[in-house]
Design a binder for this molecule. Structure first.
Ligand code: GRG
Length: 294
């Protein structure tokens, strides 16, 4: 399994689909579309849409019909990054190797670019898919609203902001990140499996796989903030320490945080035990989640 090639091919698929699904840069109002393209086409890893496609393939589904849906998830993720970088939140200058949206444009434009990406995400996610019933699509779109909203990513972001400047225990840290970062990664796996035509058992297994890699992803993000190279990562490091944020390394220490991430990857692989070689990309992706350098 050549993961590098797999990631390159799927990233290219997602990038091409995003270009064709979203209005061109010159569309009115030009400034809004420039801001959207600035953030969306800046070379993110495309992890969430790739997980949608890989989970669909793992259950014997096709990738192409799911591309608009997968791109919707990337739009929603990019909105969260644009808003997270705003002065009122993380106040970051650099994202995906470029000036953040509000730095390149202005705060109002960045807020609107995020809003537009959040709303277009639901337009893309609710498009008909050949061979999939409208009822299944409705189920998945409703789950997206739950996982992206107050019970998921937005709620987790609020809890994260409220936890700044105070010591948080491991249990609270896990519940913050289960919502803030975990919900969307878990959703990518669950929805990919469901839209790929997986059985109830397969959807459940891939949802659990997603939950485990989601936690490992967040721990790795915290570790990279301490040990990573900001030039490779395309964003500032050391921010968690500067913002007095509780993280896995600060709560457990670096070695225990690494061990917890390893354990989650093993758990994720266990959830794949009943899958054939069609799940090999997911097996390789699980390892990549904690070995990544950006
Ligand atoms: C503002 C509503 C709102 C939510 C923000 C996810 C999030 C919530 C903020 C991002 C802050 C952050 C750095 C979280 C750690 C994990 C994470 C989501 C990292 C960024 O995702 P990647 O690494 O980024 O997949 P790319 O650029 O590769 O897509």
């Amino acid at each position: 399994m050549d993961l590098k090639h797999y990631l390159q091919t799927n990233r290219a698929l997602v990038d091409t689909a995003l270009q064709s699904l979203l209005p061109a840069v010159g569309t009115l109002p030009v400034r809004l579309h420039q801001a959207i393209h600035h953030s969306l086409m800046a070379g993110g890893k495309r992890l969430r849409p790739i997980l949608v496609l890989a989970c669909a393939e793992a259950v014997g589904g096709m990738r192409e019909p799911l591309l608009p849906f997968a791109c919707g998830l990337e739009c929603l993720h990019t909105y969260s990054l644009i808003h997270d970088d705003l002065p009122a939140m993380d106040n970051d200058d650099l994202r995906r190797g470029r000036p953040t949206c509000h730095k390149q444009f202005d705060e109002a434009t960045a807020i609107l670019a995020g809003d537009a990406l959040l709303t277009v995400a639901f337009e893309l996610a609710s498009r008909p898919i050949v061979g999939i019933t409208a009822e299944t699509i409705l189920h998945v779109v409703r789950q997206l609203a739950i996982d992206a909203g107050f019970s998921g990513m937005v709620g987790g972001q609020m809890m994260d902001l409220l936890a700044e400047n105070r010591q948080v225990d491991l249990e609270e840290l896990r519940s913050i990140h289960r919502m803030k970062t975990g919900a969307l990664i878990r959703f990518a796996c669950e929805s990919g499996a469901r839209l790929g035509g997986g059985s109830g058992e397969q959807v459940e297994a891939l949802k659990n796989y997603g939950a485990a890699i989601g936690l490992a992803f967040q721990i790795t993000d915290d570790l990279l903030d301490v040990t990573g190279d900001s030039r490779i990562m395309g964003k500032a490091t050391g921010k968690d320490h500067d913002n007095a944020k509780s993280t896995y390394p600060s709560v457990m220490g670096l070695p225990s945080a690494r061990t917890l991430a390893e354990e989650q990857i093993q758990l994720a692989l266990d959830h794949l035990k009943n899958f054939a070689s069609s799940a090999d990309p997911l097996r390789a992706l699980a390892r990549y989640i904690i070995e990544r350098t950006h």
